[in-house]
Write a protein that binds this ligand. Structure first.
Ligand code: ZN
Length: 73
């Protein structure tokens, strides 16, 4: 049984910059380009802590956003 990450992404915002998030695999990625943090989901709980977030590279981030926005069309 896994949580609906897509619905979570509508409710949560990035704790670092308050931007919206997109789903990438089993994690959330901040939509704000200067931020680009990735938040993992551990044991079905999104870890929304900027201290534990991972940085994505600009290339990674652009690909994630492109995938996420084209999937939502
Ligand atoms: Zn952010």
């Amino acid at each position: 049984m896994s949580i609906d990450l897509q619905s979570y992404s509508q409710l949560l915002v990035c704790p670092a910059c308050q931007s919206k998030l997109v789903v990438d695999g089993h994690s959330f990625v901040c939509r704000a380009e200067p931020c680009r943090l990735r938040y993992e989901v551990k044991d079905d709980i999104p870890v929304m802590l900027s201290d534990e977030a991972l940085h994505t590279t600009p290339e990674e981030w652009a690909a994630i956003i492109q995938r996420a926005t084209s999937a939502n069309l």
